[in-house]
Design a protein around this ligand. Structure first.
Ligand SMILES: NC(=O)c1ccc[n+]([C@@H]2O[C@H](COP(=O)([O-])OP(=O)(O)OC[C@H]3O[C@@H](n4cnc5c(N)ncnc54)[C@H](O)[C@@H]3O)[C@@H](O)[C@H]2O)c1
Length: 256
């Protein structure tokens, strides 16, 4: 689980799970390249790493834009010469509406960030890992990537598709010593889950939390740090023969 001397690139690094992963990578000895569309949030992650004695750079980019993705990858390579760990994490929830009523523009936006953003990250990071003949990627899918998520058709479709991207890329690059896996968290305590609760039940968001928790055998939300630890494991030597996997991090949510 130590990552000394490695370079870890994280998207969606300014908040929630991405920020927790950045802090965990830095604590494990990696140099962190923190990418977020919210440049101030990315800088605050970098500052938190600096304050803890770690090494990091912040970069502002929109993962849905090919030029931005090329630029963040080139910048990371220019600064640090390599990318060892890539947490392809940035994503949005969209809105809550039935498939019959889901707004087309929001559907397109969710797909552009959650799916195309992950594809573009793979497209531009993998060539460097193949050249290095080493490296490991974790794509952020979701429990909504293996089962349906009523009210969230775009989100669920994007997260299902991420598993297809993961398995395909894993099979393509395994021969070069590069691994690609996905993670599937259930509800994790971040801004995103609070936003969803507010959309499902604007008058009583706590009721949504109660329902989510009641459906989870662990009877609680997960924490960003619990997801980060799995990301560090998957990108470590400890997971050297784990490839093309979509790993549940769900407290048993999909076990029953
Ligand atoms: N929180 C959960 O319950 C949960 C569960 C399963 C999966 N996930 C997934 O984990 C990932 C992180 O979620 P989170 O809960 O930390 O969310 P969050 O909203 O707390 O953080 C997401 C970060 O991504 C950034 N971002 C959004 N759009 C971007 C873009 N176009 N380009 C670059 N950065 C962008 C945001 O600015 C933000 O800093 C997402 O892909 C999400 O779908 C979250």
């Amino acid at each position: 689980m130590r990552h000394e001397g490695k370079v870890a690139l994280v998207t969606g690094a300014g908040n929630g799970i991405g920020k927790a992963a950045c802090l965990a990578y830095a604590a494990a000895g990696a140099t962190v390249f923190a990418v977020d569309i919210d440049g101030a949030a990315a800088h605050s992650t970098r500052n938190a790493i600096y304050a803890a004695g770690g090494e990091a750079q912040a970069y502002s980019a929109d993962v849905s834009q090919a030029d931005d993705v090329q630029a963040y990858v080139q910048n990371a390579i220019h600064q640090f010469g390599r990318i060892d760990c890539f947490f392809n994490n940035a994503g949005i929830e969209g809105v809550v509406a039935s498939t019959m009523e889901y707004p087309e523009d929001v559907f397109d936006r969710v797909m552009a960030i959650n799916l195309k953003g992950v594809f573009l990250g793979l497209k531009h990071v993998l060539p460097h890992m193949v050249k290095q003949a080493s490296g490991s990627v974790v794509n952020a899918s979701s429990v909504g990537g293996v089962v349906g998520a009523p009210g969230l058709c775009a989100y669920s479709a994007s997260k299902h598709a991420i598993i297809g991207l993961t398995r395909t890329a894993a099979a393509e690059v395994a021969q070069y010593g590069v691994r690609v896996n996905a993670i599937c968290p259930s509800a994790i305590q971040t801004r995103m889950i609070d936003s969803l609760a507010g959309m499902y039940a604007p008058d009583d968001p706590d009721s949504v939390r109660d329902q989510f928790v009641a459906r989870n055998p662990s009877r609680r939300y997960g924490l960003p740090e619990e997801v980060a630890r799995v990301v560090l494991f998957l990108t470590s030597e400890a997971a050297s023969f784990v490839n093309g996997e979509a790993l549940m991090i769900d407290g048993g949510r999909t076990a029953v």
